[in-house]
Design a protein around this ligand. Sequence first.
Ligand code: NAP
Length: 333
Amino acid sequence: MNVRNIVDALIEAPVITSFTRIGYAVRARLDAWQPLGEYDLSGRVIVLTGATSGLGKAAAMQLAECGATLVLVGRDADRNEKAVAAIIESSGNPNVTQVAADMGDYEQVKALAYRVLAEHDRLDVLIHNAGALTPDRRTAPDGTEATVASQVIGPFLLTRLLLERLATTPQSRVLTMSSGGMYSSALTVSGLQMSEAEYRGTEQYARAKRAQVVLNEMWAERFGSLGIHFQAMHPGWASTPGVDASLPTFSKIMGPLLRSPEQGADTLVWLAADELPLRSNGGFWLDRRPRSTHKIPRTKSAETLDRRQRLWDWVSKTCGIDPALPDANPRAE
Ligand SMILES: NC(=O)c1ccc[n+]([C@@H]2O[C@H](COP(=O)([O-])OP(=O)(O)OC[C@H]3O[C@@H](n4cnc5c(N)ncnc54)[C@H](OP(=O)(O)O)[C@@H]3O)[C@@H](O)[C@H]2O)c1
């Protein structure tokens, strides 16, 4: 183990150093990170969900500054337009548009996919960032619990509908913003949607975030051969409107240690821009390094092949996709 790996491992063990701005600052120096502003993404088309606030907005701003063509997704057209205007004004990049879609409403997800397919003949990066921790139980239009619908099923459907376009775009990527909160939660399919009686927002969120990471690995196993790179990540703990609203006490106590939205979004932008993530598939990242998806044995042993397959089948069925997913068209070279 070289010194840099030893220092990184020392920071990684306690979350208080790893997840906060301490981890970000030490690792940025340790690995002499390339500044994000040096990446040129001109001509690359990127679809980014959850771009009106927090990490997504910070990522969109940086990606626009790198010259990417952006399609921003959020639930409300006015909020989206405000984000588009702010990003165009600040970056000077005019190639930023928006589509209003709730990721938990599968008809809206389909409409979003068809818009992207109609308006863009390539898709370099699809970023599933939209998400929320909801204290009270809500349901999506199809009756599915809303966290699961918007952060597991909707993104799965969007990936499927855009798969062929991704497969015909060289070096394409699908990125998923998960959470370190998933470390405490084992994969469950029967318990993925918590009932009204047992519902706790933090636990429901952790279960959905675990499912996202498992599905990311499964997409990579099944469709990595098409040249599409699937990567998931977590941002540590960043100060965003979402965290302030859903975890106000945590936000207040941890305030000075929380990362800025730009710091939380750094690895997301890097995964979209750098060559290094193209050398592997199905990884889980923090601070530009791949990380383990488990910190406790209980969560690892729960991830049986059978349970993973049942997750894939259930998610496919819920959004009306054939779980066998006939192969997408082979990549055109
Ligand atoms: N901040 C952290 O420390 C932290 C830690 C771990 C993981 N994360 C993850 O990072 C992502 C961004 O979080 P954030 O902290 O930046 O939160 P945020 O400030 O609340 O931003 C969330 C974004 O997601 C969009 N969104 C929420 N639900 C949506 C839905 N159903 N359909 C479409 N868009 C939706 C929101 O847009 P509209 O409201 O305009 O629709 C907003 O742009 C989430 O996936 C979150 O779980 C954050």
